[in-house]
Design a protein around this ligand. Structure first.
Ligand SMILES: [Zn+2]
Ligand SMILES: [Zn+2]
Length: 710
């Protein structure tokens, strides 16, 4: 039973390899029904968008409990929006856990120019960096990779039982994670980095005390634990620490690594520079460069020196080459804003799928003080620019974050400029003063615009975008029956806590092969478990669903009679993403013609920054979705967000309903609804466009959501 629970909770590998370049044009114009202006269309609905851009209620939930929203508020259709979503993200994040020391990274070696009021430096020692802090730096909010790895790094919410002096599983896992992060900074081979992360994930969720497994010599039975990891676990259990971890912390200079990444240097090169030249900060690096000392570093010849000096001379606040996934960017922006009492802005406030420009806007105050506090934040490893009312810091990933401290009375314009995409903002200029956004929009004589729509110039009345209270259930999640980490009942409980009316369990089918999948027999056995859980949980309803693989020959991976028994069928292409346009289109379209298939999951199969969208012909897919009444998903896994924003918009304009779902592989994964929702909002979706904004009866009323409202 013990090994069973360990096995059941193991993380999964991504099942699909990123293909070589196969980016075909898939985002072409779609058929439009009457070519109506979406704003006009939505304007016909009479709900009101109420904006409260000022009230930034960012909550910290130590229990990192999922959001429980109040169904009673559904009636009044209160809006919105970022403040609310950010609030939710804050609670989903669950940072600031009890006992999580938020310790500054590398601070003691910072240049001393921020005169005075230095806090106790002991508080900032590198070696004190708690693993939780590292984990925050690495992977806040539900991880980031698809298919089960989504929140694999975020255990710690289960209480482990073991003898008092043994390190708890969560502590052990945290140390392994910290080790992995520093190995990564040190450019160790990625295989071992992944191995440590994976072991950390498995051990964190082990129902059995890891210390006991180590002592009894059974630890190697745990998947992913080889001799190397076993040796480190033994050391951890016996001494409570890892000497290599300490050594690495001394060797790696996270702030220089952060700056180095921004300059295009590998972490290893940054560390070579740190070691050879004895520099730890950007200023010291600049000084060493101006003294011509860079050539002392092994591997830096005249050419690289020249390049590096040129990079150092540039404006360092330019967008980085590497963007952050939305979950990470949101978390980072939100954490920083919260610490400073500032407002989140930048790309994350618009819920872009890849965020390059991170920004927060501080309340009007003494700017020097705000900048000092910004510089001391654990997320900021170095300050790369400093002006009177503006500073740019850099994270350990090398991503610049801008802090703006507007003058009194100009906060509204500051926030609008720091939030919108350039074309949107430029079209509004010159912006009048105003203490908040509402004042500025008011003075401009145009309605307040939800941040997600601030891309292209727009002065009109925005549609009543779908919002969290509209969402009545999640129609795509996994359980321990396939590669999920929660049981049917655990997932359902979590959905109830979120205020949902229903949850569709959509585990994989066998064709997926790399992870466990359900055959007909298993689907029926799962059905019995679901029926029993439904009796206990009524009136909440667990829907018997499936994420049915669309096989290479375009057939579905379960017999028709089994599919017909189910309440909700999602169909997905997993293998063969590199197939031709014809193949992928045929597979997707034939699945839509199947009478039991209600929606197509992650239709384009993209993995952000890792795999381009597949060659699916979206025009054809939209036409057949419309014809058959099949819905399309916008998947909330942070590296999928598929359909993406513009495709959501095209689908909606074509009249195709959208499923806004998380593809959660754990209870925490359900929190990614904000990512799917943000994506749908960027696609101008209203509640009327979203299948899971419908009541349960409507979900059960038709296998083809698109046929219902006709
Ligand atoms: Zn899938
Ligand atoms: Zn899935």
């Amino acid at each position: 039973m013990r090994s069973e629970s360990i096995r059941a909770s193991r993380p999964v590998e991504r099942r699909e390899e990123a293909g070589p370049r196969e980016s075909q044009c898939v985002g072409r114009p779609v058929l439009r029904l009457g070519d109506r202006d979406p704003v006009d269309r939505h304007g016909a609905e009479e709900r009101q968008q109420v904006s409260r851009p000022r009230s930034r209620h960012v909550g910290v939930d130590d229990q990192h409990r999922p959001l429980v929203h109040d169904r009673k508020r559904r009636g009044d259709r209160f809006a919105l929006s970022l403040s609310r979503i950010v609030h939710d993200v804050g609670s989903v994040l669950g940072r600031e856990r009890p006992g999580a020391a938020r310790v500054r990274f590398g601070h003691e070696d910072r240049r001393p120019h921020d005169s005075g009021s230095r806090e106790n430096p002991a508080e900032h020692r590198v070696r004190d960096v708690g693993a939780l802090c590292l984990r925050e730096l690495e992977a806040p909010l539900c991880g980031g990779s698809a298919e089960g790895d989504d929140d694999a790094r975020h255990g710690g919410d289960t209480t482990q039982v073991s003898t008092p002096r043994d390190p708890q599983n969560a502590e052990i896992a945290a140390k392994l994670d910290a080790f992995a992060t520093l190995l990564e900074l040190a450019d160790a081979n990625s295989y071992s980095v992944r191995a440590y992360r994976r072991a950390a994930d498995v051990l964190r969720d082990s129902a059995v005390p890891v210390a006991e497994l180590v002592r009894t010599g059974r630890i190697r039975e745990v998947r992913g634990v080889g001799p190397g990891i076993e040796a480190r676990l033994r050391e951890l259990v016996e001494t409570g620490d890892l000497h290599e971890l300490k050594e690495l912390e001394e060797r790696v200079s996270p702030d220089l690594v952060g700056v180095g990444r921004m300059l295009g240097l590998s972490a290893k090169r940054s560390m070579d520079i740190a070691q050879t030249l004895g520099v730890r900060t950007l200023d010291e690096l600049r000084e060493a460069a101006s003294q011509g000392r860079l050539r002392e570093v092994p591997g830096i010849g005249p050419k690289s020196e020249q390049k590096l000096r040129a990079a150092l001379a540039q404006d360092l606040s330019r967008p980085p080459a590497h963007a952050l996934l939305l979950n990470r960017a949101l978390a980072l922006t939100n954490e920083i804003a919260e610490s400073l009492g500032a407002q989140p802005a930048g790309d994350a406030r618009r819920f872009r799928d890849r965020c390059e420009q991170l920004a927060v806007v501080a309340p009007p105050q003494e700017p020097a003080d705000a900048i000092r506090r910004f510089e001391e934040l654990p997320q900021i490893v170095a300050l790369v620019e400093r002006e009177d009312r503006r500073a740019v810091g850099v994270t350990v990933e090398g991503v610049p974050v801008e802090l703006l401290v507007p003058e009194p009375g100009k906060a509204g314009a500051g926030l609008i400029r720091a939030t919108g995409a350039a074309p949107y903002v430029e079209a509004l200029e010159p912006l009048p003063d105003g203490g908040d956004e509402l004042e500025v929009f008011g003075a401009l004589g145009i309605p307040w615009c939800p941040p997600e729509l601030r891309e292209e110039p727009f002065r009109g009345e925005p549609p009543p975008l779908v919002d969290l209270p509209d969402i009545r259930g999640d129609l795509h999640c996994h359980t321990t029956w396939s590669d999920g980490r929660g049981t049917v009942e655990e997932m359902a409980q979590a959905a109830i806590e979120r205020g949902y009316e229903y949850l569709a369990i959509c585990d994989h089918t066998v064709a997926v092969s790399v992870v466990p999948g359900l055959d007909a027999d298993a689907v029926r056995r799962q059905g019995e478990e679901i029926a029993a859980a439904n009796e206990r949980l009524a009136p909440f309803r667990i829907l018997r669903g499936i994420e049915c693989d669309i096989r290479a020959d375009a057939t579905l991976d379960l017999p028709d009679d089994v599919l017909a028994e189910l309440d909700w069928v999602m169909a997905s292409v997993h293998a063969g993403q590199r197939g031709s346009r014809d193949e992928l289109t045929k597979r997707t379209v034939e699945a839509m013609y199947h009478p039991s298939v209600s929606a197509i999951s992650h239709p384009t199969g993209r993995l952000i920054d890792r795999r381009p969208p597949n060659a699916l012909d979206l025009d054809t897919a939209f036409a057949v979705a419309l014809e058959t009444g099949t819905a399309l998903e916008t998947n909330g896994l942070p590296d999928r967000l598929d359909l993406k924003d513009e495709h959501v918009r095209q689908a909606i304009e074509a009249g195709i309903p959208i499923v806004v779902s998380t593809d959660a592989h754990s209870t925490r994964g359900l929190g990614n609804i904000v990512l799917a929702l943000g994506t749908a909002r960027r696609g101008w979706a209203t509640a009327a466009d979203v299948v899971n904004a419908r009541p349960l009866e409507a979900i059960l009323a038709s296998r083809k959501p698109g046929l219902l409202d006709r």
